[in-house]
Structure formats: C-alpha cells, structure tokens
Design a protein around this ligand. Structure first.
Ligand code: FES
Length: 537
C-alpha cells in the first residue's frame, strides 16, 4: 500500500474544498458571510455607547477585528490570484510559500488560524453556556476546542517538513512555481494594491466607526440622563445609553451573563423612579422578563435606553453566573404565592449530640440531611434551609398549592420512612432511634431570593411559615410524627377523618386554625388522592 503523505491528504481534501467554496453557491455563501460578519462587527462597535466591557467581550471583539488584517494576504494570494491570473493555488504551492519561501507569511497564517478559532470559541462559549446541557458536556467541548487547532497546526508543520524534504531536489521549487501559473509582475502589483487597500480600508473603517461614535457621544453627552443607583450614587450618561452601559461607564458592578444580548435576564433592574418615561419593552424583552416572572417596573438593563432621569436597583448580584440566568429558577424578585411549607426537626437530637464526638455529630447530621433532603426533592419540593437539625422545605411554587400540598404530604411520609431506615443503619451508634417531628401548612407566602451580594438563596417569609414552624413544635406536645393544617388536608385531598382534630389560635387570623394530628406519617402517602381518586404513594 502506498503511504499517503500530508500533502497528498491535503490535495485530496482540496477537491472537496474546491467543490464547496469555489462553486457559485459556495462563493456566494462565503462572501455574504464575510461581508455580513464584518458589517455586524462595525455595527456592534458603533452602537455600543461605551467601550468599557467585560474582558471576554473585549477579547472577542478585538480578535474578530484582527482576523481580516491577518487573512487578507492569503485570500488575495490564493483566491483572487486564481480569479485574476488563473493561479493554481494547490496546497503544494501554498505550503511551499508559507513554510519555505515566506516563513513570515506562514507565521501570520498560523496566528490567523489561532485567532479566528479563539474568536469563534469565545463566541460559542458565551452563547451556549446558558443552555442547561452545556455544563454537562463542557469538558468534551473544551477538549474539542483545544484539540482541533493543535491538530491543524501539527498537520501544517508536518506538511512543511515534507515540503522541506522535497525541496532538497533543486528542480522541485522551480517545477512547482512553473506549474502554478503565478501572476505576472503587473498582476502582482495590482494584487498587492488590493491587499493593502483591504488592509488599510479595514483599519480605516474601524477608525471611522470610532470617530463617528465619538462625535455621536459628544452630542449626546450634552443631553445627559441621570441614572441613580442604590446608596444614592448618580451616573450622568448621554441619552441613548442602556442602563447596563451606564453601570459599566461608571464602573458599577452589574451582572450581565449574556454580555448584554438580552438573553439571560441577569442584568434586570427594578425601576424605582422614572419607569413611566421609559420606552415600552420589546416583545423579546417581555419574553425574557416573563420567563423569570418579573413583576411590573422590572426591566432588562441591557435593553432599556432611558431618555429621562431614573432610579434603579439591580436585582441580581454582580457576580452572577449562568446558573442565575433565565430558565434556571423563578421567584427571584419576590412575589406572593400560595405554597405548602414544611418544617421538620429531629426529636432529642441536642441531647444525643452532647454525648457524641463532634465528628460523629456531623456524620449523623449529614446522613440525616441526605435522607430528608432526598425525600423532599424526589417529590418536587425545594429544600429551603437546614438549621441545626431542622429543615424547612417549600412545595408548589410552580405546580400550585394543591399539588404542593400533596407533595408535602408525600415528602413527610418519605422523610419519616428514610429516617427510620437511617436509624436502623446507625443502630450501633444511636442509643434510641432517630425520630422526626413535622409540621405542614399551606397558605400565602412571599417567596423570593433573599440575602446579600453572592450569599442569596430562595426562601419564603410570612405567617404561613410561622404557622408551619408552630405545627412542627406541636408534634412534641402530641408526641406524633406530623401535625398538618386543615388547609393542607383539603388541598391535598387527604382523608384525615380518623385523626384527632384540634383548633389553634393563630395571630393575624380570624378564627381558629383547624389542625390534624397524625401519629404515624409512614402511611400518609397512601391516603393522598388526586381529583378524588385515592392513589398509592
Ligand atoms: S445582560 Fe443578559 S439579558 Fe441583559
């Protein structure tokens, strides 16, 4: 079998390359994409109100603008020379030129490859990182990002070595050049002019765009808009700046996971004053805001260009990542929803902890949190917080209070079963089995992401939460697994007619609250009904 050299492989690949890119349709697609891409780059540079931007955006923009400067010589020397002089720009000729006759051009070409690839990868990364599946395949994708240019450069180097070896034959270079139909000296002068024209034309376009921008900003600066931030900080920006650009101009940290493209929602702000003068949200902005359930007066800072003074509060911590983007969660700004709230506590754990080594306490608690946390999330609940040996969980934020109440009931049953199982596993370490006390109440709560800076978490506040905590405390008095309110039983369709019913006086509530005492929650799931039909757990 004849060994295929790198040049042979390149020549074989070139046939497909020619078929695709030198066909009428391929040429049209290639140059339309080229012109379109360049025009978009100029436009993107022009429409930015400030050149302050995150490092990755600056990198992507500057790499993109550098590519034509590096590629123009190659494109003119191959494609245009082919069109003008009928040059046969085979890979033998190209590699000979880049590797042996003009190594500076070879270095420029290799640099262009790396820069173009990096530019594409940065763009792809910041576009795709909002997709839920991206993190899962990130390692494989990064490997591909890294491997492909390395292999391409190795292939180029290997072909260069082959050409060097072939060029040891003094007849080789003249033979290749003679067969290539190189442009005549006059044609070369014209091609040189074209290359320089494109090179300086591109630099001129960038300079022109920057100059036009500067003029525009000068005019706009004279009709400034004042944006006021929390703490009273004021930023004066020209009319036409987005709120995000105002933050960037003033160096105010402001989340913008998608880089101001209106996709991620992390730049959103609550407009405290001046909302009535803002331009109406576009359908795209409304769609993104709708996905995070944003209330009135919340806008995307990267999309709004205020014309009058306004006061805003950024709603997402400046260090937000893709996990804070749309589609990942909800209730970020706080809203009132009717949900089921569950409180659980380990009975007598403080006494048990006093007799254990710290290491054992942490070990047992972590196993316990794993057991109850799994029981909650398995049925669709959200573990809101672990405090000491207690846990608070929320159900029905997305699915509604009926389903939330059923989920809370199922979670209670599963938690008791799993803690029972855990006690059996740790029987040698425990003087008495672990025992849970659980309280559940369903009602209106304010749910939102609360906290400070990067330490924020989804939680709920309001009377419903206090009532659920009180019901959990009552499990000690009644020596039972679970106390739930009548509201939970009714919404869940739970038959509790054979359980003791009590009434509780609750602050801020007209009339007493009916509650049910469930001695053993283990079989509770079997009693849950959907639409009146009894179902199993
Ligand atoms: S920065 Fe992503 S939507 Fe504004």
């Amino acid at each position: 079998m004849v060994r295929q050299t790198p040049i042979d492989a390149m020549l074989a690949g070139r046939e497909w390359f020619i078929l695709l890119w030198r066909s009428y349709l391929g040429t049209l697609a290639l140059y339309t994409a080229l012109v379109g891409h360049l025009s978009l780059a100029y436009w993107s540079l022009y429409r930015r109100r400030t050149l302050r931007m995150p490092g990755w955006e600056a990198l992507q923009l500057s790499l993109g603008l550098t590519i034509p400067l590096l590629l123009v010589w190659h494109v003119v020397g191959t494609r245009l020379a082919h069109e003008v002089a009928g040059t046969r720009d085979t890979y033998t000729l190209v590699v000979l030129s880049l590797w042996k006759l003009d190594p500076v051009a070879g270095l420029r070409q290799a640099t262009a490859l790396v820069i173009a690839w990096l530019h594409g990868c940065v763009g792809l990364h910041f576009w795709l990182r909002l997709r839920p599946w991206y993190a899962r395949y990130a390692r494989a994708i990064y490997t591909g990002f890294l491997l492909l240019p390395v292999l391409a450069l190795l292939g180029f180097a290997e072909a260069g070595r082959e050409i060097t070896r072939l060029a040891e034959d003094p007849a080789f270079v003249p033979r290749v050049l003679a067969a290539a139909h190189l442009p005549s000296p006059e044609q070369r002068v014209v091609l040189g002019r074209v290359s320089r024209g494109i090179f300086w034309g591109h630099l001129g376009m960038i300079a022109l765009v920057l100059a036009v921008r500067a003029g525009r900003e000068h005019v706009r600066r004279r009709q400034g808009v004042r944006v006021t931030y929390p703490g009273g900080r004021e930023v004066l920006v020209p009319a036409g700046f987005t709120i995000l650009e105002a933050s960037r101009l003033a160096g105010i940290p402001h989340a913008s996971v998608c880089g101001g493209r209106g996709r991620c929602s992390t730049c959103r702000v609550r407009v405290i004053r001046g909302a009535e003068h803002l331009p109406a949200a576009t359908a795209e902005e409304l769609r993104v805001l709708g996905r995070v359930g944003a209330p009135a007066h919340v806008r995307l800072a990267c999309q709004v260009r205020p014309q009058r003074d306004l006061t805003v509060v950024p709603l997402v911590p400046a260090g937000a990542g893709p996990g804070d983007a749309v589609g990942v969660g909800d209730h970020r700004e706080g809203r009132e929803v009717t949900i089921a709230v569950l409180f659980a506590d380990l009975r007598g754990f403080t006494r048990l902890a006093e007799r254990k080594l710290p290491y054992d306490v942490v070990f047992i608690l972590n196993r316990y949190f794993e057991a109850v946390g799994g029981a909650i999330t398995d049925v669709g609940g959200i573990v809101n917080q672990f405090t000491g040996d207690g846990v608070m969980a929320l159900f029905g934020g997305d699915s509604g209070p009926e389903e939330g109440s059923r989920q809370a009931g199922r979670a209670a049953a599963a938690m008791v079963a799993r803690v029972h199982e855990l006690s059996r596993t740790l029987a040698d370490d425990l003087a008495t089995p672990l025992r849970l006390g659980i309280g559940i109440h369903t009602g209106a709560t304010v749910v939102g992401r609360m906290g400070y800076a990067t330490t924020t978490y989804l939680t709920a506040v309001g009377d419903t939460v206090h009532v659920a905590a009180r019901l959990e405390a009552l499990t000690k008095d009644y020596a039972c697994d679970l106390v739930l309110s009548e509201e939970v039983a009714a919404r869940a369709g739970l038959d509790v007619s054979d359980h003791a019913r009590h009434e509780l006086t609750v602050r801020n509530r007209e009339g007493p609250l009916a509650i049910f005492v469930v001695p053993s929650a283990g079989r509770l799931a079997e009693r849950l009904t959907v639409g009146g039909d009894r179902v199993g757990a």
